[in-house]
Ligand binder design. Structure first.
Ligand code: MLT
Length: 264
C-alpha cells in the first residue's frame, strides 16, 4: 500500500506492506523507494516501510539544504506518525546509510538491527565536497541530465550492465526525474555530513554490513573497515554486484537480510 504521511511539517510518500517485524528501508541518492523493489517480496515475512525521503520520489520537496540528521529525524517521526511502536530493523544504502548512522546516534532505542549497505562512514574530502557544491549549483540551473550521465556508470557492476540493461535505464530515469531542488538540497547536506568513524565502536545495535564486490563508490575494503570497527558486526560481500547490490542481486541480498533480521 502506498500512503502519504505528514512528517515534520511536510508530506512523505511511503510504501507500507506486510506484517511482522518492521523493516525500514532508506534509499540512496538521488533515487527513491523504487530502488528497493527487489525486497518487496519480503512482505510475506515482515512489515516493510519504504519511504521516499524529503525531496525525492513523490515526497515533498524542500529547497535549501537537507542534512543527514534531518533525514534521520524524518525517519523517526515517520515511525511515530505510522504508530510503529515495535523496534525496527533499519536498512540504508549509501546516502541511506549516512542517514542510518545518524539514526543510530540519535534514536538507537528504536532499533533492533542496523543494516549498512554500500555506504561510507568517512566524511567527504575537500575535493568531493567541492564537486557536490558545483553539482548542486549546476542542477538548479540546468537540470539533472549531467548528474545522471556522471553517476550511472558508477552505480552497477559489469554483469548488471551486460545482463540487466532495464535496471540501468530505470535508474537513469529515476535520477532524471528527481526534482533538481531536492537533489541539490541533499548534495549540500551530504557535503557537510559528519565523519562517524570514531563513533562506530560504540554501536551496540546488532549490525550487518553488505557491499557489492565491484562497488566503485563505497569500496569493499572501506566497508570491511566499517564492519570491523562495529563490535560484532557481520560482513557480507555480494559477488557480481556494484553499488546497487540489493537491486542487482536481490535473491542473495534478501537471503542475507532474512538471516540477519530473523536473528535480531
Ligand atoms: C548514493 O548512492 O546515495 C550516493 O552515491 C551517495 C553519495 O553521493 O555519497
Amino acid at each position: 500500500m502506498m500512503t502519504n504521511v505528514a512528517v515534520n511539517g511536510i508530506r512523505l510518500n511511503v510504501v507500507d506492506e506486510g506484517q511482522g517485524t518492521p523493516v525500514l528501508f532508506v534509499h540512496g541518492f538521488p533515487l527513491s523507494h523504487d530502488m528497493w523493489r527487489g525486497q518487496l517480496q519480503l512482505a510475506d515475512r515482515y512489515r516493510l516501510i519504504v519511504p521516499d525521503l524529503r525531496g525525492f520520489g513523490d515526497s515533498e520537496v524542500v529547497p535549501g539544504k537537507t542534512t543527514m540528521t534531518q533525514l534521520a529525524d524524518d525517519c523517526a517521526a515517520l515511525l511515530d506518525a505510522m504508530h510503529v511502536r515495535d523496534r525496527v530493523v533499519l536498512c540504508g544504502l549509501s546516502m541511506g546509510g549516512y542517514v542510518a548512522m545518524q539514526f543510530v546516534k540519535r534514536h538507537a532505542e528504536r532499533l533492533r538491527g542496523l543494516v549498512l549497505v554500500d555506504t561510507r562512514a568517512a566524511a567527504d574530502t575537500p575535493e568531493a565536497r567541492e564537486t557536490r557544491l558545483k553539482m548542486a549549483d549546476h542542477v538548479r540551473r540546468h537540470g539533472n541530465a549531467a548528474v545522471a550521465e556522471a553517476m550511472v556508470p558508477k552505480l552497477f557492476g559489469k554483469a548488471t550492465f551486460a545482463e540487466k540493461p532495464d535496471l540501468v535505464t530505470d535508474l537513469r530515469s529515476t535520477i532524471e526525474n528527481t526534482h533538481p531542488d531536492g537533489l541539490a538540497a541533499a548534495q549540500l547536506g551530504m557535503a557537510e555530513r559528519e565523519d562517524v568513524r570514531a563513533y562506530l565502536p560504540s554501536i551496540t545495535t546488532p549490525t550487518l554490513v553488505v557491499v557489492g564486490r565491484e562497488d566503485a563508490i563505497s569500496p569493499v575494503d572501506e566497508m570491511r573497515a566499517v564492519a570491523e570497527a562495529i563490535p560484532a558486526a557481520k560482513f557480507h560481500i555480494i559477488e557480481l554486484a556494484g553499488h546497487m547490490s540489493p537491486l542487482e542481486r536481490p535473491d542473495e541480498f534478501n537471503r542475507v537480510l532474512v538471516d540477519f533480521v530473523d536473528q535480531c
